[in-house]
Design a binder for this molecule. Sequence first.
Ligand code: ARG
Length: 451
Amino acid sequence: MWKGRFQQDTARLLSQYSESISFDWRLYPYDIQGSIAHSKGLLAAGILSAEEQGAIETGLLEIGADIESGAFRFDPGLEDIHMNIEAELTRRIGAAGGKLHTARSRNDQVALDLRLILRAETDAIVGLARGLQRSLVWLATENIEVIIPGYTHLQRAQPVYFAHHLLAYVEMLERDAERLGDCRKRIDVMPLGSGAIAGSTIVLDRALIARELGFAAITQNSMDGVSDRDFACELLAAIAIAGMHLSRLSEDLILWASAEFGFVTISDAFSTGSSLMPQKKNPDVAELTRGKTGRLYGNLVALLTMLKGLPLSYNRDMQEDKEPIFDSVDTIKAALEVNAAMVREIKVNGALAGSDPMLLATDLADYLVLAGVPFRQAHEVIGKLVAHCIKEGRTFPEIELETYRTFSPVFGPDVYDVLDVRRALDARKAVGAPSLENVRAQLERWRGALG
Ligand code: ARG
């Protein structure tokens, strides 16, 4: 492509070192879409005749079909997807193909392709996040009555509905989808027309090309247009955060599926065995999801680090953006998809440890508060009562009223009412708290919102 200026052929080692076709080939549908839109701009500017534009469009669509069918042979000597397609177009349709690159550079071309693919992938990721939300809402609905201990510091804290715990992840995924949607606004900007750095003396109607490609806006500075990748950084950050959420869900599932917790059983179809220990059944989906989150963080840091020292505008370093970007996109899509399917097959153990009456210590303190004892004092009284229970090897319901009264004269016979777990949960009626009524209302809200 630059043979006019050069007297030597490219060293084979450099070709191997610099090729990107092995990973940027997947831009082809977007490269073709972008080139067709560009050819329409060239037509409108009188650079191409209608006949030439028609030949270009048909030629590009045929090349696209050949790539799709696997009939196309990529040439690593042609470096990247842009040159592979353009060279093949010229081979097929002759001189008109050589006019396509007028007023365009691979710098604005690759920026365009990246925005087009990431716009589509962002929508796909949001769709898959919705799928996992639906699975979680389904599992929560199926097990609406199940109570588990809620944990802080991984120590039993207070009882909650299992559904309430799952709905926490539905909320997180909702914010993930929101973040992706917000980032999409900054992806959805058309850079074509920036040229290599300073536009072109051949002025194309950028608004026309943007409309052709369905972009909401047009970049306003050609140097910015070819050289920034902040939209991709944002996307990888949003993906990394979503991965962090999935990793925490995974950790909960791994704990819950252990014999020690015994809260859930993951189906055989989504578990693996051990090559050595016949009794083992491992939650590999959750473990892999937790593990892959490291890659998502790594990809974000790789992209930010690659960009941080670059002078404006385009630098070849930026070719290194694609592998981390594609890896994050593929990794999060796979994780969302497999987790959504796995969750649908989870069986929940209905007879759960959530009924441990000792988890109602705070409720006992609240009982004293409602009888006029200041909370700090109530906390201390119940603390002493807990110590007494531990010493005696008994639980709250097994303590006689006279003993309660030795800790505080305020205790009356209704203290035992407080010790009913379902009643205790239903008293938690504030917005966001886990009364059954609230949890049901939330499930309904989500079913409506997710369709
Ligand atoms: N393959 C290149 C990339 O991914 C395309 C742009 C190349 N531009 C250039 N002037 N070498 O960044």
